[in-house]
Design a protein around this ligand. Structure first.
Ligand code: IVH
Length: 687
């Protein structure tokens, strides 16, 4: 981008950020999630660092957020409600420690770790043990009195529990107590609230924080009560005892962790996962442990709050600006980010299908740098309304491949270009055919040339991966093809050590390994054999259904040659699939290929009918990593009990088994209300 283009981009970013900021703080109706807002702000900051001459103190990004609304009575906080400084990785965490250690020379530091809830900060005041006033944070100095609404939250005690607190402390001898904490809406409540709002054509909440904020700002406490909010306490800001007390807790409190214990004994919810850590190594394992729990945690969270536990040390460290130096918020990587689509290119897949791919500037999302994302098909591009040059939102959750989820049309400058599918194959120049996608109204574009080299390469990669011939990666396959050692996948089975060893960079040993591995993988189940053939629309699941139905290749061949009807009648198989299966087995080239595979030593094992068992009729979807068993084994166990394993979640899914780092399948399951099992529950039903 040159200087004038940058200036234009800065203007665009500024106005969009200002609009989003207003929607969020004033209208309580954010158009986008925080990640997107943060991402745009980060880009603006970076551009302004490069071109400081475009800085403008009056521009909206320099204004302080959180102005109280006029509807509620304003209240002044006795002690300012602070913010936290963020750290985004281990290095920044160590930098923070270095800074505080300079000020605490020789002191032993313990850290207190707790979950950073993604809700709304509030202050609660108790006088003589009775809840008298609750307020929002506002700008930190002045908030809004929302006592009536807070009283509807069941986890906020109206009277402090004097019996459970140590030494009878509570209503009796506590004159004044100010508790700080977070009002939250559970993920479950948010889903059902959004379902209801959708039905009633009302706007949906982007996350639980906005839902909590929106609910607390209802002027009618009855409406707020319907929202089933929760409260978690995380700090005591002020505690005064009635008269000179001999046995008061305030005089005894020495650590932040003791504050938590006391809050709990008063009857507040506090984070159950909190822990005292003796060094940053333990803090980091806390962060890693919680990262695994986080997707299934009942509330929205965006990180971990780390505090110096000792209150005396906290005092020495003090506050800088609007954040305490003795605390840091570790933020987990954002799962969404914004970027600009530089180009859309087209990939040719193994079936010849053309897949558009968005290319963008390398962008950090969910902890990794990505520079491309699949757009799946033309339909997807049209649904998104995507043009080349657009600013888009990309999403990457867990180990899932990145996706373009939204186009920020307001960021357009008028120079964006429409994308058109090429009229000929970008690799071989072959004719493009349009075909319907099974079960969908949309069409896909295919290269019709059976000799297309891109198509053949992808097919070889698919073939060896289904046969589990791990020694043959894409580079080696291409090399063998270029050297003329193989012309198709069946040739793989005739390769000898003598063919491979003379090639540069291959020695005797690696040649031997390759040949041995190929030999070991000659035997294959009928289902996998069908899958390996790469028949259009026949993936792993469909291949298994067909294999179980026919049990042998011979029976399938007879049926396919004579009639479509039998394949059509198999459960789960629709007309587009049966048509393509039929076409495949009536094509001389495919039949020759199958014959060649068998002649070269491939042995196809007969498919057994799936046994009936306690999972008969149940569909499972697996997501994330299981700690106790591999995905393959989990699949086998389900199949052995008569169940099915399918690739994507639908309303017909019986269970989603969610391991560590689950992907979007878990979100889909939550959306559709499909029963979710964690690993423990899954192992339980396998018994
Ligand atoms: S400690 C010094 N502990 O994070 C002020 N804050 O980014 C922070 N938050 O306004 C208080 N969970 O709303 C603290 N366990 C936790 C928290 C937490 C969420 C929020 C709080 C604060 C914001 C700062």
């Amino acid at each position: 981008m040159d200087k004038t283009q940058t200036q234009k981009r800065i203007q665009k970013l500024r106005s969009e950020i200002a609009r989003l900021r207003n929607a969020y703080h004033i209208e309580n109706a954010p158009g986008v999630t925080d990640d997107i807002y943060d991402s745009l702000t980060r880009e603006l900051k970076e551009l302004l660092q490069k071109y400081p001459e475009f800085n403008d103190l009056n521009s909206p990004e320099n204004r302080v957020a959180g102005k109280p609304l006029d509807k509620f009575v304003k209240v002044k906080h006795e002690t300012r409600m602070l913010s936290l400084n963020d750290v985004f990785n281990e290095e920044e965490l160590f930098d923070w420690e270095k800074r505080i250690k300079k000020l605490l020379i020789g002191s032993e530091i313990n850290y207190f770790c707790e979950v950073k809830f993604d809700g709304l900060a509030v202050s609660l005041i108790y006088e003589n043990g009775i809840f008298t006033r609750g307020a929002t944070r506002g700008d930190g100095f002045i908030g809004e009195d929302i006592t009536q609404n807070l009283k509807t939250i069941h986890s906020i005690p109206l009277v402090l529990n004097p019996l459970l607190s140590p030494e009878g402390v509570g209503g009796g001898n506590l004159k004044y107590l100010e508790v700080r904490g977070e009002v939250l809406m559970s993920k479950k409540t948010l889903i059902s609230l959004n379902k209801k709002n959708k039905k009633e054509n009302k706007p949906l909440f982007a996350n639980s924080r906005n839902a909590a904020a929106g609910s607390l700002r209802q002027l009618d406490p009855e409406l707020a009560a319907e929202r089933k909010l929760d409260f978690f306490a995380y700090d005591i800001a002020e505690m005064k005892e009635a008269g000179p007390l001999l046995r008061g807790p305030a005089s005894k409190l020495q650590t932040h962790s003791e504050k938590h214990k006391l809050l709990k004994s008063f009857g507040f919810n506090v984070d159950q996962d909190d822990a005292v850590c003796k060094d940053l190594k333990e803090v980091i394992s806390f962060i890693k442990k919680f990262e695994k729990i986080r997707p299934n945690f009942p509330y929205g969270t965006d990180g971990v709050v780390i505090s110096v536990d000792n209150l005396k040390l906290q005092e020495i460290l003090g506050v800088v600006g609007k954040a305490p130096r003795y605390m840091a918020a570790f933020k987990y990587p954002a799962e969404k980010a914004t970027t600009v689509v530089k180009n859309i290119v087209v990939n040719v897949g193994r079936t010849g299908v053309l897949t558009p791919l968005a290319i963008f500037e390398p962008t950090l999302v969910a902890g990794s740098t990505v520079s491309k994302a699949t757009l799946h098909n033309m339909d997807q591009i049209e649904r998104l309304g995507l043009k080349i040059g657009d600013t888009v939102v990309i999403e990457k959750a867990g180990d899932v491949i990145p996706k373009v989820v939204e186009v920020l049309t307001r960021m357009r400058i008028g120079k964006e270009k429409k994308f058109k599918m090429p009229e000929v194959c970008p690799t071989c120049g072959g004719k493009i055919e349009k075909k319907e996608l099974p079960g969908q109204k949309s069409v896909a574009y295919y290269c019709s040339n059976s000799k297309c080299s891109a198509k053949n390469e992808r097919y070889l990669e698919h073939f060896v991966s289904v046969f589990e011939i791990y020694e043959l990666g894409p580079k080696i396959l291409r090399r063998f093809k270029d050297e003329g050692l193989i012309t198709d996948a069946a040739d793989i089975f005739t390769l000898t050590k003598e063919d491979i060893a003379p090639l540069q960079r291959f020695g005797e040993k690696s040649a031997e390994n390759i040949v041995q591995e190929i030999k070991n993988k000659k035997k294959i189940s009928f289902a996998k054999f069908l899958w390996a053939l790469g028949i259009l629309h026949v993936g792993e699941e469909t291949a298994r259904d067909i294999a179980v139905h026919f049990s042998t290749l011979e029976k399938l061949l007879i049926s396919a040659r004579t009639t479509l009807a039998e394949i059509d009648n198999i459960e789960n198989i629709g007309p587009a699939v049966s048509k393509s299966v039929n076409e495949f087995f009536n094509d001389k080239n495919s039949l020759n290929f199958i014959k060649k595979l068998q002649e070269n030593g491939v042995i196809i094992e007969k498919a057994e009918k799936t046994k009936a068992g306690k999972f008969t009729g149940l569909n499972f979807v697996l997501t994330g990593t299981l700690a106790q068993m591999s995905r393959e084994i989990a699949k086998e166990r389900i199949l052995a009990l008569g169940g099915k394993v399918v690739g994507s979640v639908s309303k017909n899914t019986s269970y989603v088994v969610a391991g560590i780092d689950p992907g979007s399948k878990l979100k889909n399951a939550e959306k559709l209300g499909v029963k979710i099992l964690n690993e423990k529950e899954f192992l339980e039903i396998l018994k």
